[in-house]
Design a protein. Structure first.
Length: 197
């Protein structure tokens, strides 16, 4: 039996994630990955049983990393304003420091693999987020709306700003764009007003 090499496994993970981000899920096969990484296909099967197993493990690792960074200095009993501010700061930092990983997670989120990917995830992050939202609603700091509406108002503006930043430009004709604290805080204040009961 061949031994596992942590450096080789890490390199394969990075290459696989980059291939999915660049060419979508159809752009990743074990053969293509082996060729791109200059290893034999048999080497890849030391680490993963098939392509789906590889994708699901990549997602689980990325989700764990994103969760840990999002929850850094976060208190689920904090005021809604303070809790959302910490989340925005942490989520923005994660996305900007890990652009390929965050793009990959977004691709999985809107793919047929998403339900399987979420099933294998520890739900501590989700429990913490739910406790935060329930507490804010109970204290009268947050309007009660369906979760999709809440997420769209609370986080979609942040992720759009991060996308503008990643591409270095805003709306057509508006010129270069770089996300700074002032823009982040201005947007957050608007979001907080929108979610206030």
């Amino acid at each position: 039996m061949r031994t596992r090499d942590p450096r080789k496994e890490s390199a394969l993970r990075e290459k696989a994630m980059a291939m999915v981000v660049k060419d979508g899920f159809d752009g990743l096969s074990m053969q293509k990955l082996a060729k791109a990484a200059k290893v034999s296909p048999a080497t890849i099967y030391i680490y993963w049983k098939d392509r789906d197993d590889l994708i699901l493990q990549l997602y689980a690792d990325a989700f764990r990393k994103m969760s840990e960074q999002t929850l850094q200095d976060f208190d689920s009993t904090a005021s809604f304003k303070e809790g959302l501010r910490v989340q925005w700061k942490n989520r923005a930092r994660y996305c900007m420091e890990n652009p390929i990983e965050s793009h990959f997670m977004e691709q999985v989120k809107f793919s047929p693999l998403h339900d399987r990917a979420q099933a294998g995830i520890d739900s501590e992050f989700m429990r913490t987020m739910k406790a935060f939202v329930k507490g804010a609603i109970a204290r009268g700091e947050l309007v009660k709306v369906p979760v999709e509406v809440y997420w769209s108002v609370a986080f979609a503006p942040l992720y759009q700003l991060v996308k503008f930043h990643k591409h270095g430009r805003g709306m057509p004709g508006s010129g270069p764009f770089s996300l700074d604290d002032k823009t982040l805080n201005t947007t957050l204040e608007l979001v907080l007003k929108a979610l206030k009961p």
